[in-house]
Structures are given as C-alpha cells and as structure tokens.
Design a protein. Structure first.
Length: 308
C-alpha cells in the first residue's frame, strides 16, 4: 500500500517505505516501482487524467475520481491508455450504486413508468469546501463547478434516459463569480424525440438538498434527499413511484448517502477488476464530460449548443 500526495506533476522526489507501506511520495518513481494491483486517483481535478494514464502505463488497474478529465482530449488520452495497456479504469460516479438513485434506474429499465419524457434534477447546497491549497476555487485546477459537482447529475440523467439515445442540444443560464465558477447554474437538455431534462445547481444555499422528478409515458418517479452536509450519516430521504395503471407508492430505501455509496462503489470496482470488468469505463464516463463542456459553452455564449 502507498499514498502519493498531489503535486504539480509526476516529477520524481525521494520515496521512503518498508515495502508494505510507502507514504507521501510525490512523483513518478512510486508508480514506476510497480507492484500495485490498483491505484486510486483522488487528486485535484486537473491531475486526474495525468495520474490515471501514468498508473495504467505502470501496469495498474485504476479507480479514478470524477471528472475523467477537464477536456475531451484528456478523456481520450485515458481511453487510449486503457486500450494500449490492457488495464482497466473505473470511474467513481457513486450515485449509480445508491439504493436510492440506482433504484430510479431500475424503475425505468423495468418499463414501469414507460419511456422517459421529462427529468428535473436540482441541487441546493452550501458552498464548496476549499480543498487542499484552495484548488476548488481555482478554475485552472477545478475545471469548473459544473465538472466538480453537476457532472454527477448529468451522468444520472443520461443513464436514466439511456433508451432515448444521446441528447441533441443543451442550453444553459446562470450567474456567479466567473464563467467557470458559477454559483447558480441551470441547464436544459433536449433529445431528438422531444424528451427534456432540466438540471439546476445552487451553491449559494445551505445544507445539502437534492430532488429528482421523472415523468414517463406510463408513470412517474419523485425522490429527494436532505442532510446537514453531503456526508452526513443521518440524512432524510424518500422515493415515490407511480407505475403504469397503479397508485402512488413509497419505494423502500434502506439507506442513502455519499458515505455509504463511496464505500460500496469502491467495493464493486475492486470486485470488477478481479473479474476483468469495469463498473464504469472511461468511454462511457466521457459522455457526461462532453455534456458538461457543451453546457459551459452554452452558458458563456448564451446560445444553444448542439451535442455531437
């Protein structure tokens, strides 16, 4: 086991350890030493792709924090490295394994609400923590607050509407300290079949509250989550569904929250590596990055942006 702290690059600096545990080594030497089955990449956003590629080239499987990269070129570099090395990358979009948010996908996939026609997903929360050295408030390092947080929700709406294909265009509006660091942001996705999704993120609020509503051709789903913090152990939450020709019902959710889902996603990722599969490969994760970047462009230009 080893811990490598984030720096500005993968330059070599001295490493120390007893063979079982090598700690706080900054640089490429640790990765080149090899012998690691899995590398967890949890550095600031601007280093995700760089560290992931380096770990793949060192022969390791990689469990990487989102976002996959800050540009599509970075995403493609990871995809190419995974192909060249024959190793696997799994992205940490932990909401997919949630007993709450994952159950919504199960309802859609089962056909219980018919085809997805509209989605509304909102987040109202306290301001971001600074992060080491204030990286979350540095646009060059965080990329944007859309890539930092809203990427989770873009991933969800694409997943929920997988049967609809890819969305065709995005519009976006907002305000904040800069284009990249928008405190309040709203995006509208449109599909060629007329389906829509509206996503909103307010980082000027308090506590941590999220809401999802989905309307299908045969039914609907509504679910919400609230906590004092995103990592609270005692949140409140609810999931309701109206299935085809049925009554509104409360769907049981035993537990929900980031603290549980991060652990479960890591467990599934490691199990997947052991069996030769990725729970969320970079090629699939790239889709939400592409939508995030297009939404940023729509916000900057105040024009709808076509998604290709």
């Amino acid at each position: 086991m080893a811990i490598m702290r984030a720096g500005s690059s993968l330059r070599d600096t001295p490493c120390h350890g007893d063979g079982r545990f090598r700690s706080r080594c900054q640089g490429g030497r640790l990765l080149r030493a090899g012998g690691f089955d899995v590398v967890n990449v949890t550095v600031p956003n601007y280093l995700h792709a760089q560290f992931t590629v380096a770990a793949l080239e060192a022969g390791s499987q990689v469990f990487a924090e989102k976002p996959l990269g800050l540009t599509l070129a970075e995403c493609d570099a990871v995809i190419d490295a995974e192909r060249r090395t024959g190793r696997l990358v799994a992205l940490d979009h932990e909401l997919r394994v949630s007993k709450q948010w994952g159950a919504v996908r199960d309802l859609v996939a089962s056909g219980d609400i018919g085809k997805v026609r509209h989605q509304h997903l909102s987040l109202f929360r306290h301001a971001f923590r600074q992060g080491s050295g204030g990286w979350r408030y540095d646009a060059q390092k965080v990329g944007s607050w859309i890539l930092e947080e809203l990427v989770h929700f873009f991933d969800l709406v694409l997943w929920y509407a997988a049967e609809n294909g890819a969305p065709s265009r995005v519009c976006a509006y907002g305000n904040g300290r800069s284009d990249a660091l928008a405190d309040n942001f709203v995006a509208t996705l449109e599909w060629a079949d007329g389906s829509t999704a509206v996503l909103s993120q307010c980082l000027a609020g308090f506590e941590h509250h999220s809401l999802l509503e989905i309307a299908g051709t045969e039914g609907a789903v509504r679910t919400w989550w609230s906590g004092a913090l995103d990592r609270t152990l005692t949140p409140t939450f609810e999931l309701k569904a109206k299935r085809a020709r049925g009554q509104v019902e409360v769907v049981s959710v035993p537990k929900s929250g980031e603290v549980f889902e991060l652990e479960e996603n890591l467990r599934r990722a490691y199990a997947g590596f052991a069996s030769g599969v990725s729970i969320l490969p970079p090629r699939e994760a790239r889709a939400s990055i592409a939508v995030c970047l297009a939404a940023e462009e729509a916000y900057r230009t105040k024009r709808a942006v076509a998604l290709r």
